[in-house]
Structures are given as C-alpha cells and as structure tokens.
Design a protein around this ligand. Sequence first.
Ligand SMILES: [Zn+2]
Length: 254
Amino acid sequence: MNSFSAEGVILKRRNLGEADKLVTVFTRSRGKIKTLAKGVRKVNSRRAGSLEILNHVKIFLHETKSWPILTEVETKGNFNNIKEDLSKLSLTYLLFELVDQFLTEEQESPFVFDLLVSTLVAIDNSPSLEKAKVFATNFQLKFLSQVGYLPQLQNCVVCDQQIQPETNFLAPYLGGLVDKTCSREVLLSRSLSLEAIKTLRFLIKTPFEEIYKLSLEKKLLKELFDVLNFYTVFFLEKDLNSPRFTLAVEKLYH
Ligand SMILES: [Zn+2]
C-alpha cells in the first residue's frame, strides 16, 4: 500500500470506536478526503491538538482498502483568532458548509483551496467583524463561480436585455438577475439593490489582494449575505449551516 502526504484544512471530525477519530480534510491535491486518526483520543496523544477543526495542516497518510490512515500531522496554521471569536467562527463554519456540501469527495479544486486558506488568514487578521464579512462574501461569490453557479449579473435571464441601474431581482432557478418587467412572471426571486448588484460585479472581477481595501456598510453586507444564501440554498438539497451555527450566524447580521 502507498503512502502520501497532502496539504489541507480540517473541516470535520467525529469519534470512532474507543480512541479513534474520522477526520475530514479538504486537501489541495486530492480534494475532500476522510482519514482515520488512530488513538488520538488518548490523553497523551500529541497529534490531538494538530487535528482541531480549522487547522491548516500537512498530513501524511497510509493508504488502505478503507479510509487512509493518518500517520503524521504538521500544523501550518491554527487560526487562533478565529477560534477565540464566536462571530468569526460562525462565519468560517458557513464557508466550510459550502465546501463540504458542494464538493464531492476527492473532487480536487486547488483554486477553492487557495481561496479558502487566503480567506481564513484574512478573517483571522481582520480588525473588525465587518471586514471579516467582506472576505466571507467574497469567498461565497467566487466559490459559486468555481462550482459553476455564478449568477448572471449583466443581462436579464428572461429577456436578455441589459440590466438597468436600479433594483432588480435574483432568481436562482433561472441562474441570475431578472429585470423589473420580467420579474412579474417569475415566482421565486429576491430583490437586489443597485448597490448590491454593483458590489457583486466588483467582487467577482477583483483579485483577493485588493479586497483588503474594500469596506462595506452593515446594511449592504446583510443584503448580500441574505441574497447569496437564498441563492445558494436553492442548489443544495438541505439548508446551509449546521443547525448549531444557524442561530449564531443569524445573530451576526441582525
Ligand atoms: Zn427581462
């Protein structure tokens, strides 16, 4: 059997048997994988701390017929500022939900991985929650684009006319914006202000390094958050957010 190593971020863990854990890691080279960490729940296990959710790690694995066995783990980053701040933590879990629910196992996506790590670093270093939310929104939009669900923001998806600079409507099942006239025929849509439309267009074409300079108002951040979740949930069979964090995230924006 082969051994291999991978850079990854720990998304989830669950107990298995007396002393083991099954750890879900989103890796750069192999996508999302599950690995068996044997004996990590024993008191003296030196690996236990390295396997905390959120950690950026390098893992060494030994392939088996079932889950690969974790043989070693090195911590590259542990994002302690996020772990110590419930608001930042809730935001981060929302991003993890996206990665976990949209990407299938072993569907590799180095772009999403790099975007995720950059976003975690940025949220960890964010001086304010508002700033952290800008990075979370940026992640959400660019993630949707990578998995093929970027909403059409230039032309009406019903009549193909150019979107006018006013409030329009976002219709998930049509894949983008619908103008005022056509919105009368569309059942499931959510209004989107001109400012929000402009912000989404700006985010999608702006490289990560320049997002640092952007600051957005609370009200706009909430609008973007609501509408992106409305849009995203449509493509998932179940709601976003593990129930545990739904409330926490709700509180962030209300
Ligand atoms: Zn139209």
